[in-house]
Ligand binder design. Sequence first.
Ligand SMILES: *Cc1c(COP(=O)(O)O)cnc(C)c1O
Length: 729
Amino acid sequence: MTEHSLAVSGTDNRFTHIPPRLAGLADLAYNLWWSWHPEARILFKQLNQLAWKASVHNPVRMLRDTPQEFFLAAENNEEYLRRYDIIMNRFRRYMNTTSGWFREEYPGSRTLTIAYFSAEYGLHHSLPMYAGGLGFLAGDYLKECSDLGVPIVAVGFMYSEGYLHQHILPDGWQEGIQETLDRDAAPVKRVLNDEGEQLVVQVPHIEPPIFVAVWRVDVGKVPLYLLDTDIPLNDEENRRISSNLYTSDQEERLRQEIVLGIGGRKVLHEMGILYSSVHLNEGHPAFALLERIRERVERGISFPDALNQVRVTSLFTTHTPVAAGHDAFPPELVDRYFSCYYPALGITRGEFLGLGTHPDYPESGFNMTVLAMRLSSYHNAVSQRHGEVTRQMWKNLWPDLTQDRVPIDAITNGVHLPTWLNPRVEDLLDTYFYPVTPNWQQEHDDPGIWNLVDEIPDGKLWDLHFDLKIKLINRMRERIRIKWAKKQEDPLSLAAAGLLLNPSILTLGFARRFATYKRSDLIFYDMERLKRIVCNRWRPVQIIFAGKAHPSDYEGKRILQKIYQLAQQPEFEGRIAFVEDYSEQTAQYLVHGVDVWLNNPMPPLEASGTSGMKAAMNGVINLSIPDGWWLEGYNGKNGWSFANTTAGNDRDTADACALYDILEREVVPLYYSASLDGIPHGWVKMMKESIKSNAPRFSARRMVKEYVSRYYPQLVTGADVAYACVLRR
Ligand SMILES: *Cc1c(COP(=O)(O)O)cnc(C)c1O
């Protein structure tokens, strides 16, 4: 992988209490490999169960806080040592192996690294640096690249106050509680310079100057470098640049994107990391491509040639058709930071602004998606439908081409299976897969293997699913108990938090950001009809909601409040619940433990959606509007697709009615159709269909292989041409 001379610190004097025999624990703690290997997590858990829990599953914090006597006990425990040795061996083997899918597939190719830029990464709850789907996609992408041996290096932000814990007031209003990240207790390390101090880099050609310090997260074999502006060298205003994810202050947002793109490019350069091409995850880091051009211009290459070299080695993935997802800045603001940059590129102000101007909406400002499209040759959307929508949206950037020739491809998203498949579900699958294909975990994107799901006895799958539902409900109750013990909550809030849930009852889950297009409150459209479904005496239904509204999204907060208040109403008999603080951890419980995953966005605004994929592979059945990934996933027997498309303009009415109809006629009866043995065989059949049809196709493994095979050879060829051009100069 990437070689560079810089040292990394982390395992310093905080860990002197760990005896040498167990010193590997500190190495393991600093590599998120443990987050997708349950056997490694158990190693930490076994050492000190309460500290593991108290650290919220953060091994760095846990090792730091665990007294020496626990290590000494483990050192004398033969069983512990046996496991420790096996797992450390497995970890070291994983890290040192250079073979794997990528090497086998591209044996002769130059393995020049790809630099991956993203504004957020959802990796694990001990590193809260994400807002939602875009971040989890990026996190899963890195984990899968590591598993497949794809050479990639990633760049992102260290958000010091990035994470907003959600607290809901008794009246249902969302309050944000900001968590300041304790960098020294998180699985991140400082990148050090030759003097042994943390590496700090100045963002080039930007006035007034901005400095960034560099951190490193190890995601298996993939290094992720995080930029941090909260250092004394910066003035107060600059220190705040990386404090919050997606600030709504436009100028601060521009400064963030400057740091991420230009600063990020510079950081890789300073570290001597060679890479051949760039993959932009969404438009936020698009300035990275400008910086690549500027460096070439500095070496004497003309702007048009430099632009060409950068274009043929750049890939841009766009993630949303929602307008607010595409940042645009007024020209005056761009001038404020880039006036020194225009001459460095060798172009005029007008030419520069032209790069980010949409021909149809010149007045809308300097658009980061337009910039990213213009500076890269390869573009993709994240589902087939999103591809169509995206070509339509941006077709006028290519006025000479007809819409079907617009150069925007589609690669449908996928999720990292080892991260999202519940370990107990994996064990059950293994019992039936292993005898036939011992290597199934390595080949889990092969759909054929998954037909073995049919060999699992219905009762086994059903019992396990029921256990996971109980686990979810127990977890919600434990949170309620803690609230109760703090005497902060009134009984209505406890009911709304899920105190009265019953694991025997058909349980729908709806966990999403409270963005308006997701229509979180659609199911409340006809309150009386919903009440009849939920409070049916013989066949009741319960619904668990979770999700956050962006702190400045008043409308989102209002919808959340409405749902929370309804959850408190005795008319719904305690069958509607809201789980506070939707996080990676909460998501794990929900996508493993509910019966049905509900999704009802306003089409075609859900570019892909990924939470439904996580649910599907665990046997949680999707009930979704045909939009995003579900247009490809639904096969008539692995879940339900509902919408009334004949309804004309009033989609809300039509879709809500279609939802009630399908619940009453299909979902509820199927769930409650248990036979004499107490097992709803029809339901379990659909669970199996959901697992086997979706898990291989919507895995990150299939996705990463598609990115690599579709773009990598061209990007590397482009790089060769570009380097040849550089050498000729
Ligand atoms: C998977 C995930 C998301 C994205 O889910 P969507 O279906 O795209 O809404 C958001 N938040 C968390 C915590 C997740 O795990």
